[in-house]
Design a protein. Structure first.
Length: 179
């Protein structure tokens, strides 16, 4: 700030004006830090706690008892569902966004292409390890998938992978080789 003044002002570090600008500059730095922090908290990937709850309420996504990590996936899925036309490519995109996996790991097969030929049904397949990171039960995941597809279309969920029951009775565990 002192360098922006014309040469008619005293610019030495011992001058009152220099000391005033030092105090004023520190206040500007605090305001800049507060604005940066506010901007970061509005990012779904960085928001936590109450801020994340407010983002969720903006898109009408209930939190329930899930962790911040899981809630972020639900919010992203809700936003994607709100913007989705319900076609196969958008379903794959929503699932990949919610589970933070590449679109290539998700498959959507319309049942009219299968031997059973059910015209208004699809099978949505995703890797089990991706769902395990969110600690959502398969029933809740199936309910979310039903919300992704178009109205009147039945969603069948297939989770690919292996699993083994947890050795801890009240806690889930994950092992890359066992699920």
């Amino acid at each position: 700030l002192i360098n922006r003044l014309p040469d008619t002002y005293a610019k030495e570090t011992s001058s009152r004006l220099f000391k005033f600008f030092r105090v004023l500059g520190a206040e500007f730095a605090e305001v800049r830090d507060a604005l940066t922090t506010t901007e970061e908290y509005r990012d779904i990937d960085r928001a936590a706690g109450e801020t994340l709850d407010r983002i969720g309420s903006n898109v009408e996504q209930e939190r329930g008892q899930v962790s911040d990590y899981t809630y972020r996936g639900l919010i992203k899925g809700k936003i994607a569902r709100n913007l989705s036309p319900g076609d196969v490519d958008s379903i794959k995109g929503i699932v990949s966004v919610m589970l933070s996996i590449p679109v290539s790991e998700v498959s959507v097969v319309p049942y009219w292409r299968r031997a059973e030929q059910e015209p208004a049904a699809v099978e949505i397949a995703a890797p089990l390890h991706a769902l395990a990171q969110y600690q959502l039960p398969p029933e809740r995941w199936a309910a979310i998938m039903q919300l992704i597809v178009a109205a009147g279309v039945r969603a069948s969920v297939l989770l690919r992978g292996t699993f083994q029951f947890s050795s801890l009775p009240a806690e889930s565990q994950y092992a890359a080789d066992k699920g």
